[in-house]
Design a protein around this ligand. Structure first.
Ligand code: DGJ
Length: 283
């Protein structure tokens, strides 16, 4: 539906069948109130992996009229010890329909973990993935039908993960987290005029002692309204002992002129129509 936001995430509800992995979908008109739509993926072990892992689902909508599938979901697929390092794809013709598993692969033949998603202003779709042996991470362009990763747009030689990207006022801003497992760390950002780079040095997005206010970069949502544009930082707050109960922080970034800062999390409001956001001051 037009003017509707859809949010996909790992569904680790404790009552789920422990042999399957689940993705849930929610929708919202205002990015504030969310409605549960469907458990869009209820997947059995696709590659006989044993204790297998499905993380960070991302759904791409293909606007091209003649494609075989409108919605293509990318997921990090892994096995015991995170040794497999692949992505899997599943497809559906309806955004919140039941997705059908297609296959798994290593994008551009590289190990791939902790994937991120980016749609550029021209509609081109990209997968961001960490590749440990290379000491960095990739921004890979998807093929026209979104069923594969076609070419390397950028290789960022920095040992980071949880890559999140936004194009704002002519600059690409790339945020990443250091590699400290489920524990938060001081996340950093770099900018570039082109997706291909060159990227600037990485700088902190928040006072380092706050460890990104106890969060890990996950994605950046650009809300373009009639009067303003707000870029929302979405960060995971993992609970490694109860992953199913992990939370997020959503905060508007201070962004522009080649710099970005994540303000201290506080209640704030957003008007998706105007695109304006404001921090609510305690009275
Ligand atoms: C490994 C990372 O180190 C963690 O921070 C977290 O992103 C997990 N992967 C799950 O995605």
């Amino acid at each position: 539906m037009k003017d509707t936001y859809y949010w996909f995430g790992e569904d680790r509800t404790p009552s789920n069948d422990p042999k399957k992995r689940y993705v849930a979908c929610y929708s919202s008109q205002d990015l504030v109130h969310w409605k549960f739509r469907n458990q869009v993926l209820k997947q059995s072990d696709p590659d006989h992996l044993g204790n297998w892992i499905l993380e960070r689902p991302k759904v791409f909508y293909n606007k091209v009229s003649k494609v075989s599938h409108k919605f293509v979901m990318y997921m990090h697929l892994d096995g015991p010890g995170y040794k497999l390092a692949r992505v899997a794809i599943a497809v559906s013709d309806q955004v919140d329909g039941d997705y059908t598993y297609v296959r798994s692969f290593r994008p551009l033949d590289h190990e791939s973990r902790d994937i991120g998603q980016f749609i550029d202003d021209d509609g081109a779709a990209y997968l961001i993935f960490k590749s440990r042996p290379t000491g960095g991470f990739f921004i890979g362009k998807l093929s026209d039908d979104y069923m594969s990763v076609e070419r390397e747009a950028s290789f960022v030689h920095a040992p980071l993960e949880g890559g999140a990207l936004v194009h704002y006022q002519g600059l690409y801003y790339l945020i990443g987290s250091h590699l400290t497992g489920w524990a938060p760390n001081p996340n950093v950002y770099a900018t570039a005029k082109s997706l291909e780079g060159p990227w600037t040095e990485f700088k902190d997005i928040a006072p380092p002692e706050t460890k990104t206010y106890s969060s890990q970069s996950s994605m950046l949502i650009k809300v373009i309204g009639e009067k303003a544009t707000t870029v929302i930082y979405v960060g995971d707050r993992w609970k490694p002992k109860a992953l199913w109960d992990s939370r997020y922080i959503w905060m508007p970034l201070e962004i522009g002129g080649g710099a970005t800062i994540l303000p201290e999390p506080k209640p704030w409001s957003l008007d998706v129509r105007s695109g304006k956001s404001s921090i609510l001051s305690a009275k």
